[in-house]
Design a protein around this ligand. Structure first.
Ligand code: ADP
Length: 396
């Protein structure tokens, strides 16, 4: 079956058409600047990218352009839309309502809408994509795959904050966690790749991208994760601050004469390694800066790696041990310097880096020595494939 995977943001939309049997990507691309002017990038497997500038006042026009490109006579990946068996939508926040992926129907949409307050920027955008697909392909089954669902197995002690309990009851204030599709995919791949029994394993997944989070996965189930009510919590990230003393918010607000929206803007967009370095949120720039002697770039990298190592230590404690640590996402997959620096803190766990293996790129790769007590590896994430697999499982 061909599955169209859609990841719909407020002004952009990423897509992949995947053949679920071979798990090959038939075509992929993105729509940008929706509601502004509009630009479609389309790439059929094996061919060059095509870029088309055309008005996309709403997501409906954007998705219509994607469907036209997919069925285009010359470079289309399929002959007609009849060849799309299902659509899988990435959904950001399922609150406590969704513990796994779900077939999209009217009732399901209402349940997602009831979580909108928890992700006011993301959930409404996800639903715009769902509605646009429904209009254009009314008979194709659709599935929603949630960023939060994998983390719903966390015990209460991991998800409750030290706040008045009524905020949890009345407003759902608790830790939810994000990147769940990636943490689920990578933990399963890690167990498979290392020959571990998933049902009897302790795996820590470090998803280190522009947004970064860590999770503790015990016996295949998430028991803790670093992001919280929102994706602002946990690790120091590209531009997000991660965990800080909450009293800093009032202090900055007074000093800088900012309201709550102004402070949130700083914490989300001007902090993290960007804020520390004053140079960039991208680790390639930070590494170049460090090599050139820029002290703040070096500081940003050190703070990031120290934070990652502290979370790994915390999760080894939470699980009373760890069998494997998996690095994934942009920095986790491509950043040997970061991996090396993190591993320097983990000698007490018996984790030993193989420096040569750490330099390799590409597929699943063990980067610890054969004697290392903890297996450390790089396992590329593939959220689209995970969405495709869940979609097929639910519509078959
Ligand atoms: P997101 O999906 O959260 O936007 P990604 O998982 O794509 O993020 O990761 C993007 C980050 O990966 C970039 O900001 C950059 O810091 C990092 N990255 C990509 N390639 C490299 C590389 N070769 N070396 C170090 N860092 C890299």
């Amino acid at each position: 079956m061909n599955v169209l995977v859609i990841n719909c943001g407020s002004s952009s939309l990423k897509y992949q058409l995947i053949d679920s049997e071979s798990e090959k990507v038939l075509a992929k691309g993105l729509c940008e600047r929706i509601g502004i002017d509009g630009r479609l990038t389309y790439q059929k497997a094996g061919l060059d990218k095509e870029i088309t500038e055309a008005p996309m006042p709403t997501h409906k026009e954007a998705i219509k352009m994607v469907l036209d490109a997919l069925t285009n006579d010359k470079t289309g990946a399929i002959k007609s839309l009849d060849e799309v068996g299902a659509v899988g939508h990435r959904m950001v926040h399922g609150g406590e309502k969704f513990t796994c992926s779900a077939v999209i129907d009217d009732e399901m949409i209402k349940a997602v809408e009831s979580c909108n307050d928890l992700a006011p920027l993301h959930n409404p955008a996800n639903l715009i994509g769902v509605n646009a697909c429904k209009e254009l392909m009314p008979n194709v089954p659709m599935v929603g795959v949630f960023d939060t669902a994998f983390h719903q197995t966390m015990p209460k002690k991991a998800y409750l904050y030290g706040l008045p309990y009524e905020y949890y009851e009345k407003y759902g204030v608790r830790r939810y966690g994000f990147h769940g599709t990636s943490h689920s995919f990578v933990s399963k791949e890690t167990a498979k790749f290392l020959g571990l029994d998933l049902e009897n394993s302790k795996i820590i997944v470090a998803h280190l991208g522009n947004g970064a989070s860590i999770s503790a996965v015990k016996n295949g189930k998430c028991v803790d994760t670093s992001m919280g009510l929102t994706p602002l919590a946990g690790l120091v990230m590209g531009t997000r601050c991660g965990d800080i003393d909450p009293a800093i918010m009032e202090y900055i607000a007074k000093k800088e004469d900012l309201d709550i929206a102004g402070v949130m803007n700083v914490l989300n967009k001007k902090s993290g390694v960007q804020g520390i370095s004053g140079v960039s949120s991208d680790f390639r720039d930070l590494e170049d800066g460090m090599t050139a002697g820029n002290e703040r770039c070096a500081d940003a990298i050190e703070v990031f790696c120290y934070n990652v190592a502290k979370f790994i230590g915390a999760y080894a404690a939470a699980m009373n041990g760890v069998d494997a640590i998996a690095f994934t996402a942009g920095i986790g997959e491509n950043g040997p310097i970061v991996r090396e620096k993190v591993l320097e803190y983990l000698g007490y766990l018996g984790a030993e880096l193989d420096p040569e293996a750490n330099q390799k790129r590409g597929d699943n790769n063990v980067i610890s020595t054969p004697d290392s007590k903890v297996k450390v590896c790089v396992v590329p994430t593939n959220e689209e494939l995970a969405i495709c697999r869940d979609t097929v499982a639910l519509v078959k």
